[in-house]
Design a protein around this ligand. Structure first.
Ligand code: AHR
Length: 497
């Protein structure tokens, strides 16, 4: 009962793109209204944005935030959200059966993102709309001036272009639940043409085409192949989305679900490269895993929510300790694929399946899943390393050979730090020996642990610090080997310098 791994500076996966630590704000539930924006709140700033929420987002160190959806974007008219606020229409949002008052639109969101030290990753509506609106939106956001839409932005008080670099070509267009759902051929064609025209307006932008909504979609992975056969030359990234849940209370199986995420990524990479070969192309398509998380706790409650409200309490999952372990395993899986996954978005950021919760008008707090993300985003920057792992394994309902140890090292050469992120999926402590002989003079600095005697423990408004990380003593590196004990069912960060 022991795990071993070797970290050697020669074996590198890739320099990680910081945008792998992205997140997502959709006009959904209380993400915007009552979340980031709450003008009556004592912590609201001059724009109505909650400063306490901005501070928490900054703690997460999120370099890019996808906006404004999600399913919402497939029925959205972005023009409704710009210009004088009092003249903006209230619209029915059919995706979430809510009222959209348009008090926050793209200019306000860009302001918020700036305050949160983040970039905007903008989605265009390819559900009810098409090439022309996408073209206008890029022009409004990114063209300096002297044309109708760019001058309109300037009249709206935003003189300098937003310079939005990454754009999503619609959202989950393979899903029958999507407004304007399309076949792969229909979507592939419109994605290709919209991409072409958007890049004519601003050749510096990067474009993400919709992949499958999850790996169990009946059209997966033909969807990817067909979309790429149409749009390969015009796009830069293909999206992946996935959510997991412990619906039948099977912890071992739930903790193993990142193996499914890993297989999903491998299949999409293979499909991209198949189309590359077929097209005799020299271009590589990268992945944007722009929705990932645990999502299931709120499913039943959401059915009871009254329709046509502004900011209804939708998708308000209260995350447990075990959810934090799954989020940690998912993060590690993304990092292991940093050679192809350049962008990823924890879905979402505030109130809606989120690491940050608020009470409208009241306090804000960190959910359990906040911590693995915060640790990885702040500490694991630099080069992701290949590190062979020897670990005891188990079988579960849907998976075989699940390693108890899930781990990835990231080497920050600039800071002179080696950071190991590790999850122990086992119900007893796991001794781990790490061979760091390739890093002569390496010193163990810190061991952070997130664990709780009750895997169902949660953080709430009343008990916001029930599940918080703690520091553990570290043994010195001895003869190039580090011995560390990973507590039962724990998320760990081991820092060496
Ligand atoms: O993140 C919540 C929803 O999940 C998004 O709106 C949609 O894209 C996905 O199905």
């Amino acid at each position: 009962w022991k795990a071993r791994m070797t970290i050697d500076p020669t074996y590198r996966v890739a320099d990680l793109d910081p945008r792998i630590y992205g997140s997502f704000i959709e006009h959904l539930g209380r993400a915007v209204y009552g979340g980031i924006y709450d003008p009556g709140h004592p912590a609201a700033d001059e724009d109505g944005f909650r400063q306490d929420v901005i501070d928490l987002v900054k703690e997460l160190n999120v370099p890019i935030v996808r906006y404004p959806g999600g399913n919402f974007v497939s029925g959205y008219r972005w023009e409704d959200g710009v210009g004088p606020v009092d003249e903006r229409p209230v619209q029915l949002d059919l995706a979430w059966r809510s009222l959209e008052p348009n008090r926050v639109g793209l200019n306000e969101f860009a302001r918020w993102a700036k305050k949160a030290d983040s970039q905007v990753m903008m989605a265009v509506n390819l559900g009810t709309r098409g090439i022309e609106d996408a073209k206008h939106l890029v022009e409004y956001c990114n063209h300096p001036g002297g044309s109708y839409w760019s001058d309109l932005r300037r009249r709206h008080g935003v003189d300098k272009p937003h310079g939005i670099r990454v754009w999503c070509l619609g959202n989950e267009m393979d899903g029958p639940w999507q407004i304007g759902h399309k076949t792969a051929d229909e979507y592939g064609r419109i994605a290709q043409e919209a991409a072409k025209v958007m890049k004519w307006v601003d050749p510096s932008i990067e474009l993400v085409a919709c992949g499958s909504s999850h790996a169990k979609m009946p059209t997966f992975p033909d969807w990817e192949r067909i979309v790429l056969e149409h749009a390969y030359d015009e796009i830069d990234y293909l999206s992946l989305h996935t959510y997991y849940g412990n619906r039948d209370g099977d912890l071992a199986n739930f903790l193993a679900c990142s193996l499914d995420m890993d297989a999903f990524i491998r299949t999409v990479v293979a499909t991209c490269d198949f189309v590359r070969a077929k097209k005799r192309s020299r271009k590589t398509i990268y992945l944007s895993f722009d929705e990932w998380n645990v999502w299931f706790h709120s499913n039943e409650a959401d059915k009871q929510v009254e329709p046509w409200q502004v900011g209804p309490p939708l998708l308000e999952d209260v995350y447990t300790m075990e959810d934090a372990l799954v989020a940690g395993c998912m993060l590690i899986t993304l990092l292991k694929h940093a050679d192809r996954v350049r962008i990823a978005c924890l879905a979402q950021l505030v109130n809606v399946i989120a690491p940050i919760m608020t009470e409208s008008g009241g306090p804000s707090w960190r959910q359990t899943i906040f911590y693995p993300f915060q640790h990885a985003s702040n500490l694991a920057r630099g080069t992701v390393m290949h590190a062979p792992v020897e670990s005891p394994k188990y079988d579960s309902k849907d998976f075989t050979d699940v390693p108890y140890l899930e781990a990835v090292p990231v080497w920050n050469q600039e800071a002179g730090e080696l950071v190991l992120l590790a999850v122990n999926r086992g119900e007893r402590p796991l001794p781990l020996e790490v061979d760091v002989r390739g890093f002569p003079g390496a010193r163990a600095e810190e061991h952070l642990v997130l664990a709780h005697p009750d895997v169902k423990a949660v953080n709430t408004k009343e008990r916001p610090n029930e599940v918080v990380p703690a520091k553990r003593a570290v043994e010195p590196v001895d003869g190039g080997r580090l011995a560390v004990l990973l507590p039962a069912l724990s998320w760990n960060v081991i820092r060496l310098s």
